[in-house]
Design a protein around this ligand. Structure first.
Ligand code: CUA
Length: 328
């Protein structure tokens, strides 16, 4: 039995050290570091109180009557019953208020990089503003420069969503008709994951996105590339795919800048092959992933607003997938 208890404690401690792409306890940004520190302070404080209480209870139950007489005397009752909890809990309460009310860390000119994220059932429209203050629309992936404070303007086009990148900051609701601003400041480069944190309907659990933190130079180069129109199909297969994109009706919902497709019902696909995922982080961006998504997306992400397209022959599906995967 003792071994079992030790094993349980060891597993709990090991899990506490888990370093996931989506763990608030493995922070990689200034805001999330502060939240994690607050969590550990509260957790350690609460654990200390819990252990002391259980210890006293066990002592009261098990110790001989004579040796526990002091427990029922006034100083003990007053000290442990009133003074200790009032002092400890007041400290934790005030400390929590101070930390959560403090100005956002990082400071700097947060508006120098402007990004807006618009929640949709069940994906994310992401808009950057380039050096000329022109909007660049993309989807389902957030790219930010490391070491800089970035202000993200959050809103929603339909229902309430919640924007959460656990390794960078706390969550913030995305509310239709309202703009909430969340500041982020990532320490180093890398890829992590964000997730919708407010139940918003059928595919809520699969409303995710990857966050790519880049060096400031790489970020600027990427944004320049991202604002350019889509490249022309590289070969005849992709050309055939592009024709299908229009004849089969894909362009009724999606936009590809540089072509006649300009609808915003679904994610913008201008450089979709250059992203890290499709379907809001449900599949990769290989040709095979595009083919699977087009023909079978209702099984991959049930309830999403794009229908399955079972109408294509295998050759047509390959052509369409080649075209989309080639939009780098
Ligand atoms: Cu969007 Cu849950």
């Amino acid at each position: 039995r003792k071994a079992k208890v030790i094993l349980l404690v060891a597993v709990a401690l090991l899990m506490a050290g888990c370093d996931g792409v989506q763990s608030a306890l493995a922070p990689e940004g200034l805001h999330a570091e502060r939240s994690a520190f607050l969590f550990w302070t509260m957790a350690i404080g609460a654990t200390a109180i819990f252990v002391a209480l259980i210890g006293l209870t066990a002592f009261a139950l098990l110790a001989p009557r004579r040796s526990r007489r002091w427990m029922a005397q006034q100083p003990m009752l007053f000290g442990a019953g009133v003074v200790f909890p009032v002092v400890t809990l007041s400290f934790l309460l005030v400390y929590g208020f101070v930390v959560t009310g403090a100005p956002a860390p990082g400071g700097g000119d947060a508006r120098s990089i402007r990004i807006a994220v618009d929640g949709r059932r069940w994906w994310w429209q992401v808009t950057y503003w380039d050096e000329d203050n022109l909007p660049v629309v993309t989807a389902n992936e957030l790219r930010i420069p490391a070491g800089q404070t970035v202000a993200i303007e959050l809103t929603s086009a339909d229902v309430i969503h919640s924007f959460w990148i656990p390794k960078l900051a706390g969550k913030l609701d995305m509310i239709p008709g309202r703009v909430n601003v969340l500041t982020l400041n990532a320490r180093g480069t890398g890829v992590m994951r964000g997730q919708c944190a407010e139940y918003c309907g059928g595919a809520h659990a699969l409303m995710s996105f990857n966050v790519v933190v880049m060096t400031p130079e790489a970020f600027r180069a990427w944004l320049r590339q991202e604002r350019s129109p889509a490249q022309a199909p590289a070969n005849s297969l992709a050309r055939q795919g592009k024709a299908l994109f229009f004849t089969a009706g894909c362009s009724a919902c999606h936009a590809i800048r540089g072509t006649a497709a300009a609808n915003e019902l679904g994610p913008d696909l201008t450089h979709v092959g250059g992203r890290t995922s499709i379907g809001a982080a449900t599949l990769g961006v290989d040709k095979a992933d595009f083919a699977r998504w087009i023909s079978d997306n209702q099984r991959i992400k049930p309830g999403n607003l794009m229908p399955d397209y079972g109408i294509f022959t295998p050759d047509q599906l390959e052509a369409l997938a080649s075209y989309l995967a080639g939009l780098q």
